[in-house]
Ligand binder design. Structure first.
Ligand code: AMP
Ligand code: ZN
Length: 469
């Protein structure tokens, strides 16, 4: 598979071959662990997960690094804003690292509920302060940064390419609403690499420029280059990261190394709820726990996410989630039936057309919606199969393709249904009635079980079998 991915840097879809043969090095901007992540945040990581799975499916050796921002993020992402970890620490009466641990745990719990695999390297910002300081020192030595009264700033005038990702000219960036006027900055567009500590700061480290903490952007550059080298194959994030975060990452990384920082930049558009942005004031900030509490399977949300394209805004509604839940239940029950009937064989050339069509969809800038249509087509073919061999081949192929989609289709099809304690009791009672030749009672119990969705079959050899309908 040679993926064609839309590269924000070039504004083009490009066929993408990694720098080093079969190795694919990805850096994905991780969460700020100051609050519970909502379904928009997690949607973003579903897209990263599908990309990683697709690359592995086609034989790449993927190394992905994801950071945990546990220091340095600012409310509103402006240098003068309040520190997010400090806000959370105050809100919860915990120290910032306890806040970080709590929300990182919830993030990984929700990721697991959505079948999002963990990045190979998860790196906490607070554990990489020396690397960040070394990078800041390099920028100072090369004349791309300066020390001011309240920290160290990157000097955007020293880097003519600043603006190349967001395609904004510098004067427009300077006029941008997010850039505040700070008398310590030489240029309003300069951004903080290191912030001097304020008296009540809970997080601070010693540095050659006085006690303080790193800026958010430098965290990602330092950790990405530590684990993946100066040039990455791909860097991903949300559409909000294009400016300022990724613009700043590029400037400081390339100014320090003189090498291109990332060859491809991938940005996921935001999820919206009922056509609106998510806001506490609207009351539409939902989490994975909300999805479960309303009786939906989190994997139905994953299916909903895969039905959209990552470069168009995904509109979440409870109705659309319900429709995807129905689709998931239908897929699972059909697969269960096919699997029980015919099993699943190893993938072979009989189903190569399905694989090729699926791969072509994914290769086309992760067109997951078309990839799902291939699964629908495969299910249809399994249904109409003229032999058990054919059906087993198609089922095996669906399981194979699900390595990319991550919908746990094999697990659902192969799982043995279990009876609830009450159902098992009724079944035992019915067996006893049959043994006592009390046919009336046995038939009554059969009807009771049917009402609960359990159909009982009496086999010729005297045993009974049940199925959930
Ligand atoms: P944060 O924890 O605020 O740093 O955000 C974590 C990630 O979620 C970032 O990559 C954001 O771009 C992304 N994100 C935030 N809101 C949304 C949304 N509504 N839809 C998709 N991604 C989002
Ligand atoms: Zn980042």
């Amino acid at each position: 598979m040679v993926l064609a991915l839309y590269n924000t840097l070039t504004r083009k879809k490009e066929r993408f071959v990694p720098l080093q043969d079969k190795r694919f090095r990805i850096y994905d901007c991780g969460p700020t662990v100051w609050a519970e992540q909502h379904i928009g945040n997690l949607y973003r990581y579903i897209v990263s997960d599908v990309l990683r799975r697709a690359l592995r499916y086609s034989g790449y050796d993927v190394t992905e690094v994801m950071n945990i921002t546990d220091v340095g993020a600012i409310v509103g992402d402006v240098d003068a804003g309040e520190d997010r970890m400090a806000v959370a620490a105050r809100r919860e009466g915990l120290d910032p690292l306890a806040v970080a641990e709590k929300y990182a745990d919830l993030f990984f719990r929700d990721g697991a509920r959505l079948n999002i695999e963990r990045a190979d390297i998860v790196s906490k910002a607070t554990e990489h302060i020396p690397e960040m300081q070394a990078l800041i020192q390099t920028l100072l030595d090369k004349g791309h940064a300066y020390v001011a009264a309240d920290g160290v700033y990157f000097d955007v005038s020293s880097w003519p390419e600043y603006g190349k990702l967001s395609k904004k000219p510098l004067d427009e960036l300077v006029a941008g609403a997010r850039i505040e006027i700070n008398p310590n900055k030489r240029n309003p567009a300069d951004f903080a690499l290191w912030r001097a500590a304020k008296p009540d700061d809970l997080q601070k480290w010693p540095s050659p420029w006085g006690e303080g903490k790193p800026g958010w952007h430098i965290e990602c550059s330092a950790m990405a280059m530590k684990y993946l080298g100066p040039t990455l194959d791909l860097h991903s994030g949300g559409e909000d990261h294009i400016f300022p975060h990724h613009e700043c990452e590029i400037a400081q990384s390339e100014a320090a190394t003189g090498k291109p920082f990332s060859r491809c930049w991938m940005h996921v558009y935001f999820l919206r709820v009922e056509g609106q942005g998510m806001h506490k004031s609207i009351g539409n900030v939902y989490t994975v726990s909300d999805i479960i509490e309303r009786g939906y399977d989190p994997i139905a949300f994953r299916l909903l996410a895969l039905g959209a394209h990552y470069r168009t805004p995904l509109n979440f509604t409870w109705d659309s989630l319900g429709a995807q839940q129905e689709r998931l239940v239908r897929w699972r029950s059909n697969l269960k039936r096919f699997y029980r009937d015919s099993g699943a064989s190893a993938t072979d050339e009989l189903t190569a057309d399905l694989r090729d069509e699926f791969v072509a969809a994914i290769e086309d800038d992760l067109n997951t919606a078309s990839a799902l249509a291939v699964v629908e087509k495969a299910l249809h073919r399994a249904n109409l199969a003229e032999s058990r061999e054919e059906r087993a081949a198609v089922v095996g192929r669906i399981f194979d393709l699900d390595r990319v989609l991550g919908l746990s289709l094999r697990e659902a099809a192969v799982a043995q249904d279990e009876l609830t304690a009450e159902e098992a009791r009724l079944l035992r009672e019915r067996d006893a009635a049959r043994a006592a030749k009390d046919w009336k009672k046995a038939d009554g119990l059969r009807a009771d079980l049917l009402k609960q969705g359990i159909r009982v079959h009496d086999e010729k050899n005297g045993t009974t079998r049940w199925e959930r309908i």
